[in-house]
Design a protein. Structure first.
Lengths: 79, 326
């Protein structure tokens, strides 16, 4: 089953976040709880962990991109 | 709240200590106070090559360290006091006021007219005395900041980026601010940083606070983290986002002949991945072949160009040639 990963809304005021770094690449096996990517906003670094185990199928943004809250960042093919 | 007052002034040790206390003993809250010897500290997602003057920093032998929080590049010396709050904050995000509030209130009680500026700075008038940044993980927050007490900021000038080359990347950029030292604004001009620090602690915690120090076991774990991560090229340089570099330069060879070089490089994970060089308008593959896979740095590039056929054939000094790539 495929599942979309969206840009999380980390605070009331947050409208966009910068995907500052990828910790996984497309094609990588991902375990639940592993860090997928990091967001930086207002000088705060926040690690986003995978809620699923599976394979990271598609990645739509690269490190440094500013992304709107709820936009789809990647797709995971769940186990 | 427990207070650690670090006596170690090694930037890598102090950053590793922060991470260790952030990730372990997760039910405890801490305030860390620490100072670093001359060093440059980068935000987690910055491109080191875009922030510093590589040649000047390598030649001055100043350590460069990547921290775990966001934001820009800061110069540290022993007259800058750093503080770190580590605590559990639940779902709050980017809440700077819970930490900046008490710090500003303590400074005000000490007679320093400090105010909050922007989201995460403290200033006296229009001049910044403190910048801060955070990292959050599973409801735990690390908030740290600088307190410029009596720093010699003139050292910084030639260490920051001045290259004639053009760097393009999507890294987090630094924002330059007009800064001032706290000491300049005190009535007692003889107050040492040590005295200032003790007064700050007493003002912050008028009812007293528990002071603790790292156990031998803690120190071992922190030193392991220094060796595995904080002192390593892979973390400080190799973690930089990929970028491209372009430079056009005219250099003189030993016979006084002018040679025109244009250089385009792609740097990934801190090393030269590919590029194009032209010499007097003609494509040259020799130099790129020599440099592909080499760590991007002045001494590394110099080392690979010294004794190269290209330098010999064109009667070029290797350091002049190296300047074209930095």
């Amino acid at each position: 089953m495929k599942k979309n990963i969206q840009m999380p809304k980390l605070s009331e005021q947050m409208e966009t976040g910068v995907l500052a770094a990828w910790n996984k690449e497309a094609g990588d096996v991902v375990k639940k709880g592993e860090v997928l990517f990091e967001i930086e906003t207002e000088k705060v670094v926040s690690e986003v962990e995978s809620m699923e185990s599976g394979v990271l199928k598609e990645v739509f943004f690269e490190a440094g991109d500013e992304i709107k809250v709820d936009d789809i960042i990647a797709v995971i093919d769940c186990d | 709240m427990k207070v650690f007052d670090s006596t170690n002034t090694d930037v890598y040790f102090n950053l590793a200590m922060e991470e260790y206390l952030f990730k372990n003993n997760r039910d405890s809250a801490y305030l860390l106070l620490w100072k670093n010897d001359n060093s440059i500290v980068l935000g987690k997602h910055q491109n080191i090559f875009e922030e510093i003057n590589l040649k000047a920093v390598e030649q001055a032998g100043i350590p460069v360290a990547r921290r775990n929080t966001g934001g820009g590049t800061v110069f540290h010396d022993v007259n800058n006091l750093n503080y770190s709050f580590i605590s559990n904050q639940g779902d709050a995000f980017a809440d700077y006021d819970q930490f900046l509030g008490p710090v500003i209130a303590a400074l005000n009680k000490m007679g320093i007219p400090a105010t909050k500026r922007r989201t995460s700075d403290i200033a006296i008038g229009e001049q910044k005395i403190s910048g801060s940044a955070q990292t959050v993980k599973k409801g735990r927050v690390l908030h740290h900041g600088t307190l410029l007490y009596d720093s010699d900021l003139s050292l910084l000038k030639n260490l920051l980026k001045t290259s004639a080359g053009k760097i393009t990347s999507k890294s987090v950029k630094s924002v330059r601010s007009d800064v001032t030292n706290i000491k300049k604004h005190l009535t007692d001009q003889t107050m040492s940083l040590e005295t200032f620090k003790n007064k700050f602690l007493v003002t912050l915690f008028p009812d007293g606070v528990e002071k603790v120090s790292l156990t031998e076991q803690d120190i071992e774990a922190v030193e392991a983290l220094v060796n595995e991560k904080y002192s390593r090229w892979e973390w400080n340089y190799g973690q930089s986002p990929k970028f491209s570099f372009e430079k056009a330069a005219a250099i003189l060879n030993m016979k006084g002949r002018e040679i025109h070089l244009t250089v385009k490089l792609e740097i990934n994970k801190g090393s030269i991945a590919k590029g194009e060089v032209s010499v007097d308008g003609l494509e040259n593959t020799e130099l790129i072949e020599i440099l592909t896979g080499v760590r991007y740095g002045y001494n590394e590039i110099l080392h690979h160009l010294e004794g190269s056929e290209f330098a010999k054939d064109n009667e070029l000094m290797a350091d002049c040639l190296t300047d074209c790539f930095i």
